[in-house]
Design a protein around this ligand. Sequence first.
Ligand SMILES: [Fe+2]
Length: 371
Amino acid sequence: MVIEDCKKINDSLSIKFVNGQVTRFSLFWLRDHSTDGQSLNKITLQRDVETFALPASPGIKDFQVIENGHKLLVKWLSEDVISEYDAKFLYAIAFDELKEPVYQLWNTDLQDDISDFNFSQVTSSGDKFLPVIDAIEKHGIVTFSDMPTDMGATKKLLEQVGYIRETVFGGLWNFSNNEAHSDSAYTNVGIGLHTDGTYAIDPPGLQLLHCLAFDGQGGFNQFSDGFKVAQTIKDENPRAFDILTQIKVPAHYMEDGIQLRAKHEVISEDEAGHFQQICFNNFDRSPFMLSENDQQEFYNAYGLFQKLINDPAYQITFQLKPGRAVWFDNWRVLHARSGFTGFRHLAGGYTNREDYLSKKFTLRGESPWNE
Ligand SMILES: [Fe+2]
């Protein structure tokens, strides 16, 4: 983005970009965001300027749009500091919230269109992993083929994103139908659509399931795009949407010596109104009570969400076979498993959302100062 014009208006600079959009930056904000060597550490991008020692209204000697509108230069009055700002940075900071979301909603149409990656290809070097991150950002779910059927491969894949999250279930899981924990995941019964860790203050970000062995029948995994269901409710039932974005639902996990508790809204949006997180697990919901009227409205809205995620029109389904893995965004995609007979051995693990985001920013060369 390029600056077309810049004017000083009182204690601000008013900037017009070539696409006609105009915004004002206060002189105080501009001084606080100077990227000169004394104001910003170039290596860590930590702020060195003494924000609270700045005058309430810093005066300027001069300002200039340079490099054909790609940069703005500001010379300050009472100090020997020259600040340079990229037009692209100024535009992004002012208008980024108006951007379309990067995710694409899906229903059954993803069934034959899911991004499938070859394990050895994407783990061969760091930058080969970027398409996986791009696909997870877009659809919240990807699969892998040709994986070795050992836990070394599970670990290698998880560590492409970051360290494996330690939970009460351990770090790298290795589970079969042997009931090692008091959770239905460790049995062969069907598990309805849910997100994991509704009882965690920071629910797991990505979840990987890698099939090491399966000798039996059934055990299909269903997945539903929680953002698609949220959008449907937002469009068709705004009252239910308000309830699902406002009421915090408590949840718990208990086993001997452990009691985890947290509360989350079923649907969360970010400041731009884009979907950010889905938290839904009716099995783990704790007792809570609302006023009589709110209670009924909550059950209606919660029931509507449950009905839509369980509607086959909003689902994809597949059977994990040995050598195949599925990796999904637990802040978006709900997962379920139908019952099975025989023996199934899965490995997997969680990575934190912040580590997935960290990998995304790093591989794309992004920073808060250059977006
Ligand atoms: Fe689960």
